[in-house]
Design a protein around this ligand. Structure first.
Ligand SMILES: *Cc1c(COP(=O)(O)O)cnc(C)c1O
Length: 426
């Protein structure tokens, strides 16, 4: 029995499924998740002392690679001055300044502790500002686990949603409308019928929680236009794409200005953080200036703020994104060429350093409905084969991968070598 197997058995007695977030349990691919004991640069090392080239990056935050010395230094320096005060600090101003400079649609920002909190709070604000109850989300987009977002499409398009988890009430789900991603005509049709009831559209501008599915041409522009027409608030959930697909996020990459933006992952530099922000007149409706309540004991935590600030400083250096995008392109093109050589049906997408690979025979994938054409058995063979070869990919067909600045030519080359071996067995 490996140490990870031992630990997994122990963990399952004490923690539901042995994990503190479900996808870590390897349920869809089977097998034992490596228990991690340390991480450095592009590598994570498990409890059996096996190292892997890591393309999960803690699900997005580790854009600089693991244990970046300057980020660690910033965290340690902050820790020596106290871990939390529950009182305002100068560093929070610096982080807010940095965020508002890098993402101009954010004129004011509130820090929270997770992406879930960010989207939940942004939706509350949107509902308060518009005095409307309904929101629209898209199938396959994930916005954290707040009740109103754990909702699936009901039967018959454009009707109200149904709970996608027990414990979410019908009444809550009824205020969440759900449509397929990348289908603008469906949004137009819904708004013709019910547009003036809809407080907000919330969307991942590049969907990263169903694999990696970019917006089709004109889609985000179309959502912007519809929101303007109906007085609906457009929320870009950039918890994953923020500072990932470009320094200014997907809104910079596609040149669309949302009303509110949610952030997380990278702005915490690996510590627990979220944020939401946008137009000043909207943000000034948040308490204590305005009536919309939202609070947090550890919000703006000094350690998380220090890690985030240092991370944003380092990724703002000239050329950072060019190098990262080039590395990712090299990797994804390399894998594509290898799979082609073995005649394995697949389609991959990449935006910046975020990528996905579907083992699907389709020519294009634009939605979750289309993504389900993927061969999950083949994905599982790919995943376990790569893991065996020392490459740690996300343990689900419907997750994105991430390249970090610590992935050098050597790691990329080793990954392609592994891909060649594994492709031969698919
Ligand atoms: C990760 C993620 C969230 C949730 O963030 P947590 O910090 O896990 O609560 C929300 N939205 C998107 C787009 C995400 O990728």
């Amino acid at each position: 029995m490996s140490r990870s197997e031992e630990l997994f058995a122990q963990a399952r007695l004490l923690i539901p499924g042995g994990v503190n977030s479900p996808v870590r349990a390897f349920k869809s691919v089977g097998g034992t998740p490596p228990f991690i004991q340390s991480a450095l640069g592009a590598y994570i090392t498990d409890a059996d002392n096996k190292s892997y080239i890591d393309y999960v990056g803690s699900w997005g935050p580790m854009i600089l690679g693991h244990s970046h010395p300057e980020v660690l230094d910033a965290i340690c320096q902050a820790a020596h001055k106290g871990c939390s005060y529950g009182a305002p600090t100068e560093a929070e101003i610096q982080l807010a300044q940095t965020i508002t400079q890098l993402v101009p649609s954010i004129q004011m920002v509130r820090l929270v502790n997770s992406g879930t909190e960010a989207t939940m709070s942004a939706l509350r604000l949107a509902r308060a500002a518009t005095k409307r109850d309904a929101i629209l989300k898209f199938t396959g987009c994930y916005h954290g686990h707040a009740d109103s977002l754990l909702v699936a499409a009901g039967s018959g398009a454009a009707t109200f949603g149904v709970p996608s988890s027990p414990g979410v009430t019908q009444k809550t789900a009824q205020d969440t409308l759900v449509l397929p991603f990348n289908n603008l005509p469906a949004v137009e049709e819904l708004f013709k019928a019910r547009g003036t009831e809809i407080a907000a559209i919330i969307v991942e501008p590049v969907a990263g929680n169903m694999g990696c599915v970019p917006p089709v041409a004109g889609y985000l522009e179309g959502l912007r236009k519809i929101c303007d027409q109906y007085g609906t608030i457009l929320i870009f959930d950039e918890v994953m794409t923020g500072f990932r697909v470009a320094l200014g996020g997907a809104q910079a990459h596609y040149n669309i200005v949302p009303d509110l933006t949610t952030l997380g992952k990278i702005i915490g530099g690996g510590l627990p953080v979220g944020a939401y922000g946008g137009k000043k007149e909207l943000m000034e409706q948040i308490s204590p200036v305005g009536p919309v309540y939202q609070a947090g004991t550890l919000s703006g935590n000094p350690l998380a703020t220090a890690a985030g600030l240092k991370t944003l400083q380092l990724i703002s250096q000239p050329g950072f994104y060019d190098r990262l995008d080039q590395a990712t392109l090299y990797l994804t093109e390399g894998i594509h060429t290898i799979l082609q050589q073995y005649n394995i049906p697949h389609i991959g997408y990449r935006v910046g350093s975020m990528f996905g690979l579907f083992f699907s025979p389709r020519d294009v994938i634009t939605s979750f409905e289309e993504a389900t054409s993927s061969d999950l058995n083949r994905f599982n063979r790919w995943f376990h084969g790569m893991l065996q070869e020392g490459v740690y990919l996300a343990p689900s067909q419907y997750e994105a991968g991430f390249v970090s600045a610590a992935h050098s030519a050597q790691e990329l080359e080793k990954t392609l070598e592994a891909a060649r071996k594994v492709a031969a067995t698919l």
